[in-house]
Design a protein around this ligand. Structure first.
Ligand code: DGJ
Length: 728
């Protein structure tokens, strides 16, 4: 609910459990007055104090004698640039005279039913939203900022986005546009970021805010394996189930910046948006620039409560899931089994074995097109390699379908190999400045997706393939970071637009696929989890989480990922042992339990498995089918912290009505004389009794407060699953 109080001028945004408030003061500065646990909406600007602070000057209209009012000390909704606030600016606009000054003052607000839409950008959607649009204007240049707030009351989610509109007479150059600014009174907080690298993504790093600015971001043109566009601010004492925390997720798949500043007066400012490095957008009079959306959750009951809000909102109001209301198919992908070396019979053999064990979708990965026998060639030539697959998809797909399976296809549309017909014909379609040889990544170059004709060409080629057979799924991969970002289609003074135009181009292609193939499931991928972000999830409701399929490493990678993103979005497969990334051997049972915390599937040659392993696979597939709704739609609880607890990792999925739960537990390397352990469960109904794995009955309260006794495990990396069903 959004309330405008005419009497005191406050705009108050209420969700079920939180309240957010702002107010334009007498000088037209839009003050941020509160974000926290729900309040009744009284005017909280009275908490703001004014004092003469040295080196924090005052706006001109205050005159020379009132020195107590300073932009440098006030909490604001969207900070200005160069006019007396010396903390992080939200936007920077280079005016025609070369100045970088932007003073934004209140010019009106409007409350609307429904959710605003952002042209060409991903955004949360749904019927139950309300929108607040607030206009701020720079009286000198005519630049206007439209601050957009979406309120999803039920999920405790507030979205923010910004449009910058040039209502002046001169062209301006935007150098920085953050999607939101969030000021906090008091900086005694921890910042949690999710960091890592290829094959070790999204490990939480938590540290108290120190004086000055601390940032994470990506200069790679993608959201990146290294840092995720999701951060948390919380109290020093905030824990899993208690304390206040704020989560912020940016719906953007390109280079981003998240900066938190602890100011001299121990306040905190958090901003997040497109990375300003190499960003410069020319805005002619009358033009608008739209910054990507961000989603905010404030949780009064710790990190777990925040996670569950994001999970529900993403599941219900961000994923455009062709499988909505149905279970996603259990898949097998041939990559780790064959890499580039296969023919139709080999693929059908893998699919047949998988189908006999209950697997439902066969995915043909890299190597099916052009002259692609290694990663040195072929990208850009999206025609079926008839040497490997005579008769093309027209011949292969019916053979897969005859097994009762769906068919899926891997693509990497953004890339080009120098050894390809496409590159030989259009070398200028790759990003790269004239006369300067480009850096390679995985021996490939990046196509200039900021250009419409490049996208159109790739799209038409893909369409021909997709229309040649019934394709139920695609995996959109992207295997390098952007370098040499220069586009032949733009003049020298507009090259700062290419990074962002590239992302818009990727979104345009994904949107076309979504529009033309609405029933086709899309999985995102960037060398595993290099583009695992909320923006991508709008187009691809599942994302391959990591190229590291080692079950023990996946415990932490998936746990870090699930701080924001729900299980149904996390691509997770059982692969062969010794694991290709780590050389570690884990039992098949354990690999299955770990992969069931995501979109379950296999990535190995099942014909090489022993009869016992195949029997395990058959059971796993059935278990997953039986429990998929619980995993994909239930509430997720972290029962241990796998980043610190080495003896075992445990997590739980609980159905919304709390009548069912699935508890999964995986042990670390074997230890002698293990203590007797009882695992305390969460989220159950204390008043109900639950039957555990079809056997003994336990009270919900007993399971949560006293725990469930764990067996004394023998051997490394063991796993158990407990299925709980309420009996009363
Ligand atoms: C990287 C992906 O993450 C893998 O799963 C696989 O699709 C390869 N690319 C294929 O080149």
């Amino acid at each position: 609910m959004i309330v405008y109080d005419k009497g005191n001028g406050t705009y108050t945004l209420h969700t079920r459990r939180t309240t957010y408030q702002m107010k334009a003061d007498a000088h037209g500065v839009l003050l941020h007055t509160y974000y926290g646990p729900r309040l009744d909406g009284e005017d909280l600007s009275r908490l703001i104090q004014y004092a003469d602070r040295g080196f924090s000057g005052s706006p001109n209209e205050l005159g020379r004698t009132d020195r107590t009012y300073s932009l440098d000390t006030l909490p604001q909704e969207y900070s200005t640039c160069g006019v007396g606030d010396f903390r992080l600016p939200s936007a920077e606009a280079e005016q025609a005279d070369g100045s970088l000054l932007l003073d934004l003052r209140f010019a009106g607000g409007e409350i609307r039913a429904g959710k605003y839409a952002l042209e060409g950008l991903p955004a949360f959607f749904g019927d139950s939203w309300e929108t607040l649009s607030v206009r701020l204007r720079d009286p000198h240049s005519g630049m206007e900022a439209e601050l957009l707030y979406g309120v999803d009351e039920e999920d405790d989610l507030i979205t923010r986005a910004v449009r910058l509109i040039n209502r002046g007479k001169e062209t301006v150059r935007l150098r920085r546009v953050m999607s939101f600014c969030l000021d906090f009174r008091g900086a005694d907080m921890d910042l949690i970021t999710f960091d890592g690298g290829h094959v070790r993504e999204r490990r939480p790093a938590r540290a108290p805010l120190r004086p000055g600015v601390q940032s994470v971001g990506s200069l790679r043109g993608t959201s990146s394996h290294q840092h995720n566009p999701f951060v948390i601010l919380c109290g020093h004492d905030t824990g899993e189930d208690h304390g206040l925390c704020y989560g912020a997720a940016l719906l953007y798949s390109g280079g981003f910046l998240a900066s938190a500043e602890r100011s001299q007066f121990e306040d905190c400012r958090l901003v997040m948006g497109i990375h300003p490095h190499h960003f410069c957008w020319t805005l002619a009079p009358g033009e608008t620039f739209t910054a990507p959306e961000a989603a905010l959750v404030c949780s009064p009951d710790g990190l777990a409560g925040m996670t569950r809000c994001f999970h529900r909102a993403i599941r219900e109001r961000l994923l455009r899931d062709p499988c909505r209301g149905r279970r996603r198919p259990v898949l097998i992908n041939n990559w780790e089994a064959t890499e580039f070396h296969f023919d139709a019979d080999r693929l059908v053999g893998i699919a047949r074995e998988a189908a006999s064990l209950g697997v439902e979708l066969f995915v043909m990965d890299d190597g099916w097109f052009g002259s692609r026998d290694s990663d040195m060639s072929g990208l850009g030539d999206w025609t079926v390699n008839e040497k490997k697959l005579p008769g093309g998809l027209e011949a292969l797909v019916p053979r897969i379908k005859a097994l009762g399976m769906q068919f899926g296809l891997w693509i990497e549309p953004e890339m080009v190999s120098e050894d390809s017909e496409l590159y030989r014909t259009h070398p200028d379609w790759a990003l790269g400045a004239p006369g300067r040889p480009q850096a390679r990544g995985r021996a490939q170059l990046v196509l200039d997706f900021s250009r419409r004709e490049v996208r159109d060409h790739i799209y038409e080629a893909l369409r021909r393939v997709l229309d040649s057979a019934e394709v139920d799924y695609i995996k959109w991969d992207m295997n390098r970071s952007l370098s040499d970002v220069w586009s032949a289609a733009l003049p020298a003074d507009r090259q700062g637009e290419v990074y962002h135009r590239y992302v818009l181009g990727v979104y345009d292609m994904l949107e076309r696929l979504h529009r033309d193939y609405p029933a086709m499931l899309m999985e995102g991928c960037s060398g595993g989890g290099g583009r695992f972000d909320a923006g991508m999830l709008y187009y691809t409701p599942q994302i391959w989480c990591s190229d590291n399929t080692d079950a023990i490493d996946r415990l932490t990678i998936q746990c870090g990922t699930a701080f924001c993103y729900p299980a149904g979005t996390i691509g997770a497969h059982v692969s062969a042992v010794p694991n290709a990334q780590t050389g570690r051997c884990t039992p098949m049972e354990t690999r299955g339990v770990v992969a069931m915390c995501g979109t379950f599937g296999y990535e190995l040659d099942l014909s090489r498995c022993t009869p016992e392993e195949k029997e395990t696979v058959r059971r796993q597939v059935q278990t997953y089918k039986d429990r998929a709704r619980l995993i994909q739609e239930g509430d997720y609880y972290r029962l241990t912290d796998p980043f610190y607890e080495e003896r075992y990792a445990a997590w739980e999925h609980v159905s919304p009505d709390r009548r069912e739960a699935l508890v999964s537990l995986v042990t670390g390397s074997a230890r002698a004389a293990m203590p007797f352990l009882a695992l305390r469960l969460k989220g159950l109904d204390p008043a109900r009794r639950y039957r555990v794995n079809g056997g003994e009955l336990f009270g919900g309260a007993a399971l949560m407060y006293a725990g469930y006794p764990l067996p004394l495990f023998q051997g490394d990396y063991q796993a158990v699953q407990l299925y709980l069903e309420a009996v009363d």
